[in-house]
Design a protein around this ligand. Structure first.
Ligand SMILES: *Cc1c(COP(=O)(O)O)cnc(C)c1O
Length: 446
């Protein structure tokens, strides 16, 4: 029967692409700070028959029959989230981090309300009011920044809050290498009567491990993705804190109604199961060790990059992430470094740095992190080696300059791509990357 066949038999093209991606993940150093490797148990839950089910509504209150086992799964996920973060309410149905944030707006704000978030080019997320996001167009978005030293400008945050009286303030972002000052934000939000939402998408796993402050005592709402440092499937959780319920006893209901029926239809039950499994893994002592090691690794890597003459935004890191400031090599230099590192088997992403002299598509920095390498079992010793390899690649492409003229740029980048394929230094680094990867097996049973 056709439906009994394996993926390889039914669709060899897709099968082959997946195998190639598995090889890519195994044979390179994955250093995009928002990525991680889920456990085989999470993969098993994600690939299960749960994807077949429709379960609009919430446990005990579904619009479809046959949900007795789905209810068990979703309740386990909810209970585990509440326990791990110390909150009275959790919704585990958001399809991903962005829809989770949209639901917070839908629950708390009306179109046209004033909201505040960290500006994208200063490390903030699109959904915190950036102009090309729906959140920057349906709301009056006020954006705050970091100071020249790379730390959040709390004086500016307070001054903007007093001036614009936002309904909702976001704390937490995408490219910030220091601890988020939740307590300081809560004083400002309370002073102006705003709702305060912490978006801990990047640091959720560090919060659980106790190496980043938990926002629960300070904010009204917490959102997080589940696939970054939390190491689960792609998905998200919205939590309402006791402080949130004290401000508005209906806040939990409003959040639930904002997700369904406000914004989404049926929950992705296979993802809910994957989230439950990841939360169970995160409750174990080994996960605390993992979270601590992520930060130790990031600090060791940062130190090695600095020792090799590179400049980091804010001068270092408190968390899992590092932002290299490449402006001394020229405006918009991030693309050269990202692509050269790619050829060397090291995956990072080009990223704006605060007050970037270039543009978000051709930014002047790269962002890298340690969550995925730490999952593979690498420690400070490997970080020292990797820091040197990264510096070697950066210096190998130091003389390239992004042309101002758009047409010239296309030709220049074409030539650059040809040249880095044959660059001897990059070839040597690629070889060393492969040797390192072979010592830290990834998914040996897949
Ligand atoms: C990654 C991220 C999100 C969005 O997550 P998606 O799942 O990509 O939609 C939201 N907020 C922050 C701070 C993030 O880092």
């Amino acid at each position: 029967m056709e439906w009994m066949k394996t993926l390889k038999e039914v669709d060899p093209e897709i099968y082959e692409a997946i195998q190639n991606e598995l090889d890519r993940q195994r044979n390179g150093l994955e250093m995009i700070p928002s990525e991680n490797f889920t456990s085989p148990a999470v993969l098993q839950a994600m690939g299960s028959i749960l994807t077949n089910k429709y379960s609009e509504g919430y446990p005990g209150k579904r619009y479809y029959g046959g949900n007795q086992f789905i209810d068990v799964i979703e309740e386990l996920a909810i209970e585990r989230a509440k326990r791990l973060f110390g909150v009275p309410h959790a919704n585990v149905q958001p399809y991903s981090g962005s829809p989770a944030n949209f639901a917070v707006y839908f629950a708390i704000c009306k179109p046209g309300d004033v909201i505040m978030g960290q500006e994208l080019t200063h490390g903030g997320h699109l959904t915190h009011g950036w102009k090309s996001s729906i959140t920057g167009q349906y709301f009056k978005a006020v954006q705050y920044h970091v100071k020249p030293d790379g730390y959040l400008d709390l004086d500016e945050v307070r001054q903007l809050a007093l001036q614009y009286k936002p309904k909702l303030i976001w704390v937490g972002s995408t490219a910030y290498t220091r601890e988020f000052p939740f307590e300081e934000f809560s004083k400002i939000a309370d002073e102006v009567g705003a709702y305060l939402a912490a978006d801990i998408a990047h640091v959720a796993g560090l919060v659980i491990a106790g190496v980043h402050k938990n926002p629960a005592p300070y904010v009204h709402v917490i959102t997080t993705t589940t696939h970054k440092t939390l190491r689960g499937p792609r998905g998200a959780i919205i939590m309402v804190t006791q402080k949130g319920l004290d401000k508005d006893p209906e806040l939990a209901d409003k959040i639930d109604r904002a997700i369904f029926p406000g914004l989404q239809g049926g929950p992705h039950d296979h993802t809910t199961a994957g989230i439950a499994v990841a939360l169970n893994e995160a409750s174990k002592p080994e996960f605390k060790e993992y979270g601590k090691q992520i930060v130790k690794n990031a600090k060791a890597l940062a130190e090695e990059l600095i020792n090799n003459g590179l400049k980091l935004v804010s001068g270092g890191t408190d968390n899992h992430m590092i932002l290299i400031d490449l402006t001394s090599f020229g405006k918009g230099h991030g693309i050269f470094v990202q692509e050269a590192l790619d050829v060397a088997g090291i995956t990072v992403n080009k990223n704006t740095i605060p007050n970037d002299p270039s543009s978000p598509f051709y930014p002047s920095g790269v962002r890298l992190g340690t969550p995925a390498l730490t999952t593979r079992g690498m420690k400070e010793g490997e970080m020292k080696i990797i820091g040197k390899l990264i510096a070697q690649v950066i210096y190998a492409v130091k003389d390239y300059r992004l042309p101002e003229d758009k047409d010239e740029r296309v030709e220049y980048l074409k030539k650059f791509r040809e040249e880095i394929k044959n660059n001897e230094m990059i070839k040597i680094v690629r070889q060393q990357v492969s040797e390192l990867c072979n010592k830290f097996l990834l998914y040996p049973n897949l």
